[in-house]
Design a protein around this ligand. Sequence first.
Ligand code: NAD
Length: 485
Amino acid sequence: MNIAANTPAGHFIAGEWITGGGKPRQSFDPATGEALGGWLPGSAELAGQAIAAARSAFDRSAWPASPRQRAQALFEFADRLEARKDELGALIVAENGKLQAEAAGEVAGAVSEIRYYAGLARNITGRTLETAPGNVSLLNREPAGVAAIIVPWNAPVTLLVRSLAPALAAGCTAVIKPAEQTPLIHRAVIECLAGCPSLPAGVVNSVNENGSAVGEALVVSPDVDVVSFTGSSRTGRLIMAAAAPTLKRLSLELGGKAPAIVFDDADLETAVRELTRGALVMAGQICIAAARFLVHEKVLPEFREKAKAAFASVRVGPGADRQSQMGSLIDVENRSRLERLIEQAGDEGSMVLKGEAPAGVLAKGAFLTPTLFEIGDLRSGLVQEELFGPIVSLESFADEAEAVHKANATRYGLAASVFTRDLARATRVSRAIRAGTVWLNCHTRLLAEAETGGYRQSGLGRLHGAEGLNDFLETKHVYFEAGVV
Ligand code: NAD
């Protein structure tokens, strides 16, 4: 039951909805500009209360030592989320601007991931060594403590679950800080958690943001043991600096600038289809979006025409309309930012297809059609920086070495893709690319079972997969000399 639909979305602390904090604010539908509902900003004080609740649940409840209960709580959470999948999907479309299929995929992915970690909760095992007869070492895996989970707006359900599910499976307690742009989606997810019979009060807490006061309070608190952050590399750097005095464990899933290398033997139809989707999914507002098309000079003219036609045919419109093929941006401020970048792209490169804000019925929403521009200067900010929207650079290369050099030429290393029919070349190039994920002949495939994360300034640590637990576990060595007689 949606217990708070008509009241502003509040905070959830020690098992209770808290209505304190600042004056209510409105959340808006980026596709129409209409107000969707109210939410309450948080404060450093509320963050302190939430940390105290999580600390107490970790230090005083049986949760950290109850893997079966944790598995049960996660299964309950998954079931409750699944039962509300249609309502959640509609909310994601409304508050996030996504297409219905993207929203449905987001909820289904979250449910699958929670069930995956529910299984892992009962499979956290250490090791035993006997270094000499009767000299026994136990290497125990213990929950790390209180985890602060800070999430961005672009996938508010899956990115929360991607950190929260392993944190809970490992036995941590948590304080969540959602993004300011998606408070209503977040409330619906927390409602699902709040009703789980096997989840003790205080294990999961949530405080809405107010500027950056709540996030900062979580990062500096000596009672928080781990910060699991997903967001921009810029904020990741601020968090790393702010966490230094307390030497916190950090899991940082940061920005990206994914290159897609298309060799001259590639199936161009497949490459264009995969990369159109890979670049424009979620209107390009996803860290792993294909942001740079690196194309062998021999097939560049053909690829350029095919990609231009594919981008031009994408029907931009409200996520609620099943005919739409690309939804809106998160807000009109971001559209203005991207429009300035499109002008810059026209100045620095040559425009293949210029994106624009559509007129007519879409004019009220944060819509922008796709842009493809060609550029040769690797040092350009348009090539080096994450643009986070439906804008893609087209770059050429003459041979494999140049392709790899260009692919590795930014400070990011989150994801990449390679299109070729030559398996040996695909293997060589995937080894040479410095990124946490490399897709071959496809782009944008994420699995609960397979680790993701960044090389270089795309982050620290891995989420998804069995290694996703590592950020939330400590290893303790217990040693004894029992003797053998
Ligand atoms: P952002 O860095 O602006 O904000 C992310 C979160 O950090 C928000 O909840 C925000 O309120 C909070 N925050 C801001 N300042 C803070 C501070 N000083 N201390 C603590 N918390 C603070 O990012 P965004 O615009 O919300 O999201 C887009 C970015 O996220 C892009 O760069 C994208 O690549 C990245 N992202 C990365 C991944 C990944 O898996 N690597 C996934 C999704 C998004």
